[in-house]
Design a protein. Structure first.
Length: 342
């Protein structure tokens, strides 16, 4: 008898949000699929699905660094799963693989679209975190664009998140004084006690950019490198503190993602500071460094294996929780990398 069909659960992106994203922007769908594969095809069962801020950028109605995420298809996302069936000599049932299967339980992929993972070298979830896209973003964003030097002061916004927490640690290893900005006392304790940063600022404790800037000046003095994951009024507080020849790395602007993407608040008020200090400002995207992934892993993977890098993970259980998990990113609920376990 032929094998019984599998039931594939999917979240279909069906409505563009103009504010907080949630289940109303998706359709939960189940479809039957055959557990057979063609030549060079691999059937993967998802175990962990990545939830990242860039997903909200892709949901903008206008072009950003991508065309808008199409309606009516599975929400795109990075995934780690196990091979269920393989038509390729490179994979066999049970292998752990990294792919881009999106918000669904099963993915059919060409073998060339998958990367085999070795659970003995590092936890498989690191392929979606410190040894994956967030790690690549942090490493090349700081080292290539930020160009940190020993003794300099690095300020990181969103410092308790997947990218920010790695930037902060890479900055310490580069010899910088590192000040992290995060939301809430728990995250700030994580920054100073676990990551051992030189200081941490809870932005929620300050009423406006001027008050936040006063506290940052007390802790940091001036700023040589600013790694910005947040934007908005937090960046307004940091920019006046930059030093001569400062480097500002724009990685993200999560404060604007839940409603300001199609009509962003423009900030010419920062430009005089760039002029006065002859500073540079550079936007970075993880995809620009994809071809250099081996270079990053050669340096960072041994640190991970020796336990020298903290890679905090927030794991939410349940396929049905994916839309709520995405929204939770913008409420500051996660510490480190956010994953949904299937």
């Amino acid at each position: 008898m032929p094998p019984a069909p599998l039931i594939n659960e999917q979240w279909i992106y069906c409505k563009r949000p103009d504010g907080p994203v949630g289940p109303q922007h998706y359709e939960h769908r189940t479809v039957a699929i055959e557990p057979t594969v063609a030549a060079n095809e691999v059937l993967v069962e998802a175990r962990y699905i990545s939830v990242d801020p860039y997903m909200r950028i892709q949901q903008a109605a206008r072009d950003t660094y991508d065309v808008p995420h199409p309606l009516g298809i599975v929400q795109r996302a990075g995934t780690v799963g196990q091979v269920r069936a393989s038509g390729s000599e490179r994979f066999r049932a049970g292998d752990w693989v990294l792919g881009y299967g999106g918000w669904q339980r099963f993915q059919r992929a060409h073998a060339d679209e998958l990367q085999k993972l070795d659970p003995e070298e590092a936890p498989v979830t690191t392929a979606l975190g410190v040894l994956g896209m967030p790690g690549r973003t942090a490493w090349f964003g700081l080292m290539d664009a930020g160009r940190p030097k020993p003794g300099e002061t690095l300020v990181v916004s969103g410092a308790a998140g997947a990218v920010g927490s790695l930037v902060a640690q890479f900055g310490r290893r580069a010899g910088c004084r590192v000040i992290g900005i995060a939301g809430g006392a728990r995250k700030c304790r994580f920054l100073t006690e676990t990551l051992e940063l030189d200081g941490a600022v809870d932005y929620r404790a300050w009423p406006d950019a001027a008050a936040l800037a006063t506290e940052l000046r007390r802790l940091a003095g001036g700023v040589d490198v600013y790694f910005d994951n947040v934007g908005g009024w937090i960046t307004d507080a940091v920019i006046p503190l930059i030093k001569r020849r400062a480097r500002i790395v724009i990685c993200g602007a999560i404060s604007e993602y839940q409603g300001g993407l199609d009509q962003p608040e423009l900030g010419p008020r920062l430009l005089p500071h760039m002029l006065y200090q002859r500073a540079t400002i550079q936007g970075i995207l993880s995809r620009d460094f994809l071809h250099r992934m081996d270079e990053m892993k050669a340096i960072v993977a041994p640190w991970v294996q020796r336990g020298e890098i903290v890679f905090e993970e927030t794991i939410i259980d349940g396929f049905r929780e994916l839309p709520a998990a995405l929204n939770s990113l913008f409420e500051g609920a996660n510490l480190g990398k956010l994953l949904v376990r299937i």
